[in-house]
Unconditional design. Sequence first.
Length: 217
Amino acid sequence: MKVGIKTLTSLKDGRVLIKVESIDKTDLLSTKISDQCGEVLDVNVPKLRKPRLITCSIPQDIRVENLEETILAQNPELNLKLGEVAARFKFRTKRGETNMVIEVGPETRKKMLQTKLKIGWLICKLGDYLMAKRCFKCSRFNHRHQDCRGEETCPLCAGGHTLKDCKAPTNRHKCISSMTYNRYSKKGKICENHSSLSKNCPRLHAVLTKYRQNTDY
């Protein structure tokens, strides 16, 4: 078939994860497997997630329910259609500003990032919304605390206590995610002398890189 297999991994639940070089090769391989082994194997090609954008400093009276209608009405030059902008949630920053996270398609994202949105009486900036899932209990990535099966771990010093009980000085900070990576990695060590909340954490950057790779930009 001349399909280059990058990796082939057996998962704990019995599935096999196959990575190839391109989407075309993925389609070719999945079709071949379905044709020859469809009676005994199920083939699932994961779909890339839609990009998310953060709309900054929107008027406080704008709601999730009326954001799309407002954007379409006040920004006709973008030629957007109903259903191309899906408002997901809004939140207030520490400065008291209101931001809204929206989900769009890749082409809509490109158009919107080239301009500033008119919303109400304000001109609002846009940017890619990237957020890593971080557990408040074990201080690791890729799951929420309600799904956590790990032990309580301080995000500052990696000790077995909560954040509010931590008394470790800054020069004693340790990142549990980086420590775990170093324990099992065969590719070399990464810096672990920082808190799990650090924006410079190598594991955080790895999670965000994976997020970008799984997004349809």
